[in-house]
Design a protein around this ligand. Structure first.
Ligand code: SAM
Length: 178
């Protein structure tokens, strides 16, 4: 079965067969030109996967955007997001970045974090997370530890990450709907 894939803020690259959305008219891979800050012009539960590679950090409201992504993704569908870690050079270099996130920032969506449903009732399950560190730390094996042990990732976020700098984070979530 052909999967329906939506690529948000696609710029010039999108996944094969995906519907690309971007606000930039010159973004040649876009099929739909719209401002993602005004919601997604798609029906509920339409897509099997929604992707956003280096886009969420540009948008006005992370909670509103996640709620719209959740709405257009079918139950059991997936959301794939890539965003810079806040300790990366690029996170602060690009003047259009509004948000600087860490590897626990998406735990506020229906997860085991203790803060469940403080801000929203929408439900996501984190199915995969890959944290990429600056190359030196990858070579020294710190990246492996960060990705294999949640306790080490928390330790890294709390005590090490201003020296052992992150690069980017790749999240895969499963969409849960009652
Ligand atoms: C850093 S680029 C990433 C492009 C592409 N995803 C990639 O990885 O090569 C961010 C993209 O998000 C788009 N974008 C930023 N704000 C947007 C908005 N409010 N609505 C739609 N697209 C937006 C930009 O036009 C740009 O194409």
């Amino acid at each position: 079965m052909v999967k329906r894939v939506l690529e948000l803020g696609c710029g010039r690259t999108k996944a094969p067969g995906a519907v690309g959305v971007d606000s930039n008219q010159d973004a040649t891979a876009a099929d739909v030109i719209c401002d993602l800050n005004h919601g997604l012009p798609f029906r509920d539960d339409w897509f099997d996967q929604v992707r956003g590679v280096h886009v969420i950090e540009h948008l006005n409201d992370v909670m509103k955007t996640m709620s719209e992504i959740h709405r257009v993704t079918r139950p059991g569908g997936t959301i794939y997001l890539v965003t810079p870690h806040y300790t990366d050079f690029i996170s602060w270099c690009d003047p259009t970045h509004r948000w600087h996130l860490n590897s626990f920032s998406f735990r506020y969506f229906g997860q085991i974090h203790g803060q469940r449903h403080w801000y929203t009732r929408l439900d996501l399950r984190e199915r995969a997370l890959h944290v990429e560190l600056a190359r030196l730390w990858k070579w020294l094996g710190v990246q492996w530890l960060v990705n294999h042990f949640v306790w080490f990732r928390r330790f890294w976020e709390m005590y090490l990450c201003f020296i052992v700098r992150g690069k980017q984070m790749e999240f895969t979530f499963e969409v849960v709907k009652e």
